[in-house]
Write a protein that binds this ligand. Structure first.
Ligand SMILES: O=C(O)CCC(=O)C(=O)O
Ligand SMILES: [Fe+2]
Length: 476
């Protein structure tokens, strides 16, 4: 009946007590009626009117498209055999460039531009072209379906295969409904109704400020090398070590972090003075004692890593929170920023398993230290990866960037697809020592946020040091 379908909504912090559910303010109920499935409701994310981004009356402003036209390309393989996707250059002399392997009834994605051509070939054989896609502005979904229709699939496929075909088929049918309802395409895999499970800070208007109170106060002074040596190796819940660190901090019990909205869609927040000068120095010192290895970027969703000189020219290395109680404290502060339990960011004890029954491993990656020299950059990309089928769809949920120095010129993090009503220009967030930037790679309805595409612009003068934290949503 009526009363049942309009559940009570609660605030995030009160959700366990108020007898209802927490829902992001922009989620709107949509009816999903797919062939051969029970009709159901889905809460889809609908962007509010652009005028509200500026605290103006609805309908008083229009969206300005930025001059950037890059986008996500998602390739779906509806064939019974695996395929390989190659990018075909406009230059006929250039060999096709490997992008991704896609299992039968699977999917993969890559950052692309309108006009790009991709080849579908049998596994690893670029000499036989089964199909060609040309990327069109506004369409991220490219479907290779030699079977052709559900009817044909029902006639020819054995039942486990038919089920996998039907999953992608339903997903595309869901996309049609979702696209009509929201104006955006569905890049995830339908069936993921609950996600993301973690809190997402709202971003209602430019300049909106949220405050976060954390017990992980700033380190004001660094321990001497001798004292520091005694602090490692560290068990991050050792109360003695946590206590020992206290003498290097100020007398305040809490630190107040101000998060300022710099972009509403995607949701991007800037937090000045997230790290103290001593903490910045410490992160660099620990990292400089390490060998830097060439950065890797993900090659689609298939999981292998590759070194990609063209898209990412910086160098990187990884820093675990267990290397130093100071880094551990930075991770705890980051957890507070995200309104998440710090235990999620390490292996959990027996009594903490309820936090994420699905996995025992940390749901964040180690801090990644990145260094850019003059001219070095990271071209526009997404931090999420496109889910295939049978491996479920855990994905990067949030990214936090921590800037470790002031760059003389260039080196900004850009969000070229920010939704705005004033400027054709891309959004640039300038690096600034101690500043953090938080952005979400997903939308509150579990879809991936295409607009979260971002880049590190080339360093003009000086160098750039940055460390980033990737937080996953392990739920399906
Ligand atoms: O360096 C930056 O500003 C952004 C880095 C980035 O996007 C990444 O490492 O994924
Ligand atoms: Fe990134």
């Amino acid at each position: 009946d009526e009363a049942d379908s309009s559940e009570q909504t609660c605030t995030w912090s009160d959700r366990h007590n108020c007898g209802g559910v927490y829902r992001d303010a922009n989620l709107k109920e949509m009816q999903v009626n797919l062939v051969g499935r029970e009709p159901e409701s889905f809460f889809a994310y609908v962007h509010p009117d652009i005028s509200t981004f500026y605290n103006k009356t609805e309908g008083s402003m229009a969206i300005t498209e930025t001059k950037f036209n890059g986008m996500m390309g998602k390739f779906v393989n509806m064939a019974a055999t695996p395929i390989t996707i190659y990018w075909k250059s406009h230059d006929p002399r250039q060999e096709p460039v490997y992008i991704s392997q896609i299992e039968a009834y699977g999917a993969a994605g890559t950052a692309t531009y309108p006009g790009h051509v991709f080849l579908v070939t049998p596994l690893g054989d670029s000499s036989i072209v089964l199909h060609e896609f040309q990327v069109v502005k506004g369409n991220s979904l490219y479907i290779y379906d030699p079977i052709g229709s559900l009817k044909e699939a029902q006639k020819t496929l054995p039942s486990p295969e038919l089920e996998r075909y039907k999953l992608q088929y339903d997903n595309l049918a869901f996309n049609n409904l979702y696209e009509q309802f929201t104006g955006r395409q569905w890049l995830a895999l339908y069936g993921r109704k609950e996600a993301p499970r973690y809190y997402m800070w709202p971003a209602e208007s430019f300049g909106q400020v949220h405050t976060v109170v954390t017990k992980e106060t700033h380190l004001l002074e660094l321990p001497s090398d001798d004292r520091f040596e005694k602090m490692i190796p560290l068990n991050c819940h050792d109360p003695e070590l946590r206590e020992a660190l206290q003498q290097y901090k100020g007398s305040e019990e809490t630190l107040i972090l101000n998060m300022t909205v710099v972009s509403v869609a995607p949701r991007v927040f800037e937090i000045k003075n997230f790290l103290s000068p001593a903490e910045v120095q410490h992160v660099l010192e620990v990292a400089l004692g390490m060998k830097l290895s060439q950065s890797t970027t993900k090659a689609g969703s298939v999981g292998q890593e590759r070194t990609d000189d063209a898209t990412r020219t910086s160098k990187n290395s990884w820093l675990s929170r267990h290397r130093s109680p100071i880094i551990d404290s930075i991770i705890r502060r980051s957890a507070d920023l995200l309104q998440m339990d710090e235990a999620l960011f390490r292996r959990r004890n027996k009594d903490e398993e309820y936090l994420v029954p699905e996995t025992k491993i940390p749901i964040s990656e180690r801090l990644q230290l990145v260094h850019y020299d003059v001219g070095q950059q990271y071209t526009p990309h997404h931090d999420f990866s496109i889910p295939s089928t049978k491996h479920g769809q855990p994905s990067r949920f949030a990214t936090i960037l921590f800037y470790l120095n002031d760059v003389q010129s260039g080196g900004e993090t850009s969000f070229p697809r920010w939704m705005n009503g004033e400027k054709k220009d891309i959004l640039r967030v300038a690096p600034e020592v101690g500043k953090a930037v938080l952005f979400y790679n997903q939308l509150p309805d579990g879809n991936y946020d295409e607009r979260s595409q971002h880049a590190a612009l080339p360093v003009g003068k000086g160098e750039k040091w940055l460390t980033n934290l990737w937080v996953w949503d392990p739920h399906m």
